[in-house]
Design a protein around this ligand. Structure first.
Ligand SMILES: CC(C)(COP(=O)(O)OP(=O)(O)OC[C@H]1O[C@@H](n2cnc3c(N)ncnc32)[C@H](O)[C@@H]1OP(=O)(O)O)[C@@H](O)C(=O)NCCC(=O)NCCS
Length: 137
């Protein structure tokens, strides 16, 4: 992923229905910082020069995180997300990270099915807590 991919990625996230926080963590500025810090884990899938998939990996030295996974609707069910997640797993392994994680909404059946199929287990009783310094951050 490169900073020049930003607009295309934002378009893809919107078409994929992902919540997009332009004033905060998804701003171009924040995106640039993430690329500088952990750019090797931020991936796009391309076909004929067009971005058709995206995955934002990150890590906190304990776990590898898979975030913002999205595939262009017209390119789904062809293994694009599978390839992106597998690539991240290889990168996490190279970094010596023993656990890979993703936070997935209960309604997101496609994503749940994907991660189940890839051998991820689900903690059904976990609640996700967060604290934000603003509504759109
Ligand atoms: C979830 C999402 C990323 C999956 O992307 P995708 O590229 O369609 O996923 P894949 O093609 O790799 O896998 C989807 C299914 O196709 C199957 N598949 C993989 N390769 C295949 C192939 N060559 N031919 C047919 N099917 C294939 C997979 O086994 C998988 O089956 P499953 O649903 O039973 O698990 C996509 O639906 C999406 O962008 N959703 C909206 C955004 C979103 O919800 N993001 C996740 C936030 S956590």
């Amino acid at each position: 992923m490169r900073i020049g991919d930003y607009e295309a990625i934002v378009g893809l996230w919107r078409r994929a229905g992902l919540i997009f926080r332009q004033a905060g963590r998804d701003s171009k500025e924040s995106f640039k910082k993430q690329l500088e810090a952990q750019g090797g884990l931020m991936l796009v899938a391309e076909q004929s020069g067009e971005i058709i998939g995206v995955a934002v990996g990150s890590h906190d030295s304990r776990k590898g995180w898979i975030n913002r996974l999205a595939v262009e609707p017209s390119h789904r069910n062809k293994g694009v997300a599978l390839a992106l997640v597998k690539t991240l797993e290889v990168e996490f392994e190279k970094l010596g990270l023993p656990v890979y994680s993703a936070l997935i909404s209960d309604q997101n059946k496609d994503s749940i099915s994907l991660f189940n199929g890839m051998g991820y287990s689900c903690d059904e009783d976990v609640k996700y807590f967060s604290k934000r310094l603003g509504d759109d951050l």
